[in-house]
Every structure is written in structure tokens, then in C-alpha cells.
Design a protein around this ligand. Structure first.
Ligand code: C2G
Length: 135
């Protein structure tokens, strides 16, 4: 009987994940199905300033929410644009996932792992939720 060796696969993705919503859950769920372990890099408040994003929820709350998701195995801080290669190497990442609003932007990572852009979930965004909160 030949046992097919199926390598343990680790998946990595990044985001701000402010006001966690079903669009975030959808990409995280799909990412988790592509491997055995899902690591999520959450943008720190300082990095969000660099990204030009203002968050409703501070880093710790965004991190706690992500850690409560059953298919998220590990949450790491995202402090800058340049840490991805180190994160990929340090965590033995096999697959890097981002929503297709980032299509092509991280192709340089193909040297280190598989890069897959998944379709964004339509009709929901943290920005839309913020505008409702501001009403
Ligand atoms: N997303 C999605 N569908 C939505 C909204 C977001 O699939 N309706 C995905 C985005 O494509 C992204 C992830 O959810 O892959 C996180 O989205 P954001 O929190 O907006 O993250 P972003 O500000 O794009 O930060 O270094 C990468 C950056 O940290 C990404």
C-alpha cells in the first residue's frame, strides 16, 4: 500500500481586520482550508498609521478577536511592509494568501512560497461599517 506523503502545510496572511466582519472571516476560513495551520499577521496601530488607516479597534482588541476564531492558529504583529520574507522563513510558510484587492502586489514572495490572491467578499468592508457607526 503506498502511503502518499501529504506535507503539513502552513498558511500566512496579513491584515488590519478592524471591526471584524464576515468578509474577513470568509478569507480566513478559505485560507485555513488550504493548509493545516493558519498564521495571521495583524497590523499594529503604529503600522496602520504608516498605512494611512485609522482603526476603530486598537491592536490588542483586533488581535483578541482573531485569536478567538477557531481556524486561526497563531496571530503575529505586523509592524512594517518588509517583514513578510522573515515571517515566511521563520514560520516555514507554504502558502501566502491575500485578497485580490492586492492582486500582484506580493508576487515577489513567490520565490519563498506559493502566493494566492482570493476574491474579496462583496458588499462588506470596515470602511462601510465605520460609516454606519458614524451616522
Ligand atoms: N477582505 C476580503 N473581503 C472584504 C474585506 C477584506 O476578502 N470584504 C480581505 C482583504 O482582501 C485582506 C483581508 O481581508 O486580504 C484583510 O483586509 P484588511 O483588514 O482591509 O487588510 P489591509 O488593510 O488590506 O492590510 O501587508 C498587508 C496589509 O496588512 C493588508
Amino acid at each position: 500500500m503506498n502511503i502518499i506523503e501529504s506535507k503539513f502545510k502552513t498558511v500566512l496572511t496579513y491584515g488590519t481586520f478592524d471591526l471584524l466582519h464576515y468578509g474577513h472571516l470568509e478569507i480566513l476560513r478559505k485560507a485555513s482550508l488550504l493548509g493545516d495551520k493558519l498564521i495571521v499577521g495583524v497590523s499594529t496601530d503604529k503600522f496602520n498609521t504608516i498605512k494611512g488607516k485609522t482603526c476603530v479597534l486598537p491592536y490588542q482588541k483586533r488581535k483578541d478577536l482573531l485569536k478567538s476564531i477557531e481556524y486561526v492558529d497563531k496571530v503575529i504583529p505586523e509592524d512594517n511592509w518588509d517583514q513578510k520574507v522573515t515571517d515566511i522563513q521563520d514560520n516555514n510558510i507554504d502558502i501566502f494568501i491575500m485578497g485580490d484587492d492586492w492582486e500582484g502586489k506580493f508576487d515577489e514572495l513567490k520565490k519563498f512560497c506559493q502566493v494566492i490572491y482570493l476574491p474579496r467578499t462583496k458588499g462588506i468592508s470596515s470602511t462601510k461599517l465605520k460609516s454606519i457607526l458614524d451616522d
